[in-house]
Write a protein of this length. Structure first.
Length: 143
């Protein structure tokens, strides 16, 4: 199984950019937080969900944003970006019955208890994955 490489945020409001960087690299794009910061900036208060969708779209990703009560947490696709404490973004890498592996750009990569996760989870998830390219089949005519 592929592992996510942790990226720490460099500025107070760039948690979303750090999460985006982690997912872009997970799917094979060689991106850095510095490159994304230069390209998209860091607005006061950070990126909105709409901004996050735009960045992923520009990198050729499909994005699904949805609200979840966390009742079906074992079925969540991972990795996924989670809105956290109504003010922050983290990446969920793995979910088990009693714990969740998160990559928090403001602190570190760590396992937390399900109870702690539920307390901080803000019911919004952003799932991004590479678009599947449809290859055109060329007809080969025999001579």
């Amino acid at each position: 199984m592929k592992r996510l490489k942790y990226v720490a945020q460099g500025e107070h409001s760039e948690c979303a950019l750090a999460c985006i960087t982690m997912l872009l690299n997970y799917y094979g794009n060689q991106s850095t937080l510095v490159e994304l910061r230069e390209k998209y900036g860091v607005p006061k208060g950070g990126l909105t969900i709409k901004n996050i969708r735009t960045v992923f779209d520009e990198y050729g990703f499909d994005v699904s944003t949805f609200k979840s009560s966390f009742s079906n947490y074992l079925d969540l696709p991972t990795p996924v970006i989670s809105y956290w404490n109504n003010q922050h973004f983290v990446v969920i890498e793995k979910i088990k019955k009693k714990k969740v592996l998160i990559l928090d750009p403001a602190s570190n990569k760590r396992w937390i208890d399900i109870s702690e996760f539920k307390k901080n989870f803000s019911n919004i998830l952003i799932y991004a994955h590479k678009k599947r390219l449809k290859r055109r089949q060329k007809e080969i005519k025999s001579v």
